[in-house]
Write a protein that binds this ligand. Structure first.
Ligand SMILES: NC(=O)C1=CN([C@@H]2O[C@H](COP(=O)(O)OP(=O)(O)OC[C@H]3O[C@@H](n4cnc5c(N)ncnc54)[C@H](O)[C@@H]3O)[C@@H](O)[C@H]2O)[C@H](O)CC1
Ligand SMILES: [K+]
Length: 478
């Protein structure tokens, strides 16, 4: 089962992997034509009723495979208002090839002459809201007809994400859906065919640019809605918490605070006026700080625990106390990772170890990335948290879903890139679930590294990554 929104991610990832949407549309249309052939003899009358989106586009393709039928195609609208290039191209091909076509400008013009088969391609997963004219009238006429109705992808009027049927939705006899079944289809009194349209299976496994659709920012959001992040770090090191904090800001975090030992507070503040530093007494994190950290964390949307903390006994005790008392979202990185397996926590963690740190946590790794993916998924299920195991192929898993990220390059082994990743993931975790935040965070950070490597080769440093995050994040989708 896959939702319409998820399909939009997968089909854009297929395009990123070299299988463009127009190719998918050709496969979809061919599958629709084969379904018509299964239910109607050659020469039977077939009426395609198409909308102005890609659902219609699928049917314009199907038309080219139905020459043996008494075929006519009705477009609900004007061709120049067809909403996508690939659908428009397939409509134009019908016009130029002299297929029997008509343009229905107004519902009153729409007449059905009781064809044997009606192909319902008015609306697919792009539906929003109740049926509008002329679709509503066309759907009513289709439902009143005696024809056998074959719906493309979903019956027009069905919501691709929830399966809910709008009032007046088409009552299909058959549905030809693509790649995987959709919510609601198995509750219909219709024969459903799931057509393979040639989407590579890695389009769901690999994190690609289509995943950026999951970050649709709510344009009406105002300061503080898109992520207040608390970075708990510093002590032996000062750069790490500053890198994580700057990365969180560059990844869209609105307000980022750094809770660090007083001894390094000036150094951390010195890196940037963008940071709000909350000094903690002393030179390293200690259990006496945990009350204040919990108060600060509860006022944030996500926490990064670890950058530059060091592994002094009191520091690890403090990290363990914090995790046992915190119940929000936290990215755990660096030295703090070693306490995760020892604590009972209700927090939703995203652990970002490299393979060596994974072993220290009690996890297992493997040379081949598919084997490593299995082991990481098992470990994530065992500890009940989201794992992001860094490597040439980053493995992300929450024990149920597993993704693989291939962006990044050897230049990113430079110190600090792990701090940048942790910061990016924390900002995303403030606006989307842990699993997606980890997958997209790995993709964006690696992509930032690739953008910088194009310009600087292996001379990249972690601050270059921070600067490239916005370009990597808002590269835009198709
Ligand atoms: N995702 C895939 O792998 C593939 C999907 N295919 C087909 O594409 C459609 C989705 O196409 P899309 O262009 O996003 O939208 P639709 O064609 O479903 O509809 C948009 C169209 O309809 C109008 N509209 C929206 N809501 C309403 C309404 N309530 N009443 C009337 N009209 C409405 C809107 O204005 C647009 O004009 C998917 O279902 C598949 O069939 C690919 O071709 C194959 C791969
Ligand atoms: K449809």
């Amino acid at each position: 089962m896959i939702t319409g929104s998820e399909m939009a991610v997968v089909d854009e990832n297929a395009a990123a992997l070299g299988v463009p949407r127009k190719q998918l549309m050709e496969s979809s249309g061919n599958a629709v034509a084969r379904a018509v052939e299964r239910i109607a003899d050659q020469g039977a009358s077939v009426r395609i009723v198409a909308g102005r989106g890609n659902n219609g586009g699928d049917a314009f393709v199907a038309a080219r495979f139905l020459d043996a039928y008494d075929l006519s195609v009705s477009l609900l609208g004007r061709p120049e208002t067809i909403t996508t290039e690939i659908a428009r191209q397939n409509w134009t091909a019908l016009e130029q090839s002299d297929y029997e076509t008509e343009q229905v400008r107004d519902a009153s013009q729409f007449a059905l002459d009781d064809p044997d088969v009606i192909v319902d391609a008015m609306l697919g997963t792009g539906i929003s809201g109740p049926l509008r004219e002329p679709t509503a009238t066309a759907a009513a006429r289709i439902n009143d007809s005696e024809s056998t109705v074959v719906s493309v992808d979903v019956p027009s009027g069905m919501d691709g994400d929830t399966g809910a049927l709008a009032a007046g939705a088409v009552e299909a006899d058959r549905v030809v859906t693509f790649h995987d079944t959709k919510p609601g289809l198995d509750e219909l009194d219709a024969t459903v065919t799931v057509a393979d349209i040639g989407i590579p299976d890695t389009a769901e496994l690999f994190v690609e640019r289509g995943d950026l659709r999951r970050l649709d920012r709510d344009p009406t959001s105002h300061k503080g809605d898109n992520g207040e992040v608390l970075v708990v770090g510093g002590g032996p090191y000062t750069g790490a918490p500053a890198l994580a904090a700057q990365a969180a800001l560059r990844a869209g975090g609105d307000l980022v605070r750094v809770a660090c030992p007083r001894a390094v507070a000036d150094a951390v503040q010195g890196y940037s006026e963008n940071l709000i530093v909350r000094p903690l007494d002393g030179a390293t994190l200690a259990p006496s700080h945990v009350d204040e950290l919990i108060a600060l964390a509860d006022a944030s949307d996500a926490v990064v625990l670890g950058p530059g903390l060091g592994d002094a006994e009191p520091t690890l005790d403090a990290a363990a106390d914090f995790l046992e008392r915190y119940d929000g979202r936290a990215v755990v990185d660096a030295d703090a990772l070693s306490v995760v397996s020892e604590v009972e926590t209700t927090a939703d963690l995203i652990c970002t170890p490299h393979q060596g740190e994974l072993l220290k946590m009690g996890g297992e790794t493997a040379e081949a990335w598919r084997d490593r993916a299995d082991r990481v998924a098992d470990f994530a299920a065992q500890i009940g948290q989201t794992m992001l195991v860094k490597g040439a192929y980053d493995i992300v898993s929450d024990g149920t879903r597993t993704r693989v990220n291939r962006t990044g390059n050897p230049g990113m082994t430079v110190g600090g890139s792990g701090d940048v990743l942790a910061g990016v993931v924390s900002a995303l975790a403030a606006t989307c679930g842990e699993h997606d935040a980890a997958a997209i965070g790995a993709y964006v950070t690696g992509r930032a590294g690739d953008l910088v490597a194009d310009e600087r080769g292996n001379g990249l440093v972690a601050t270059d990554l921070v600067a490239a995050i916005p370009r990597a994040l808002w590269q835009g989708t198709e």
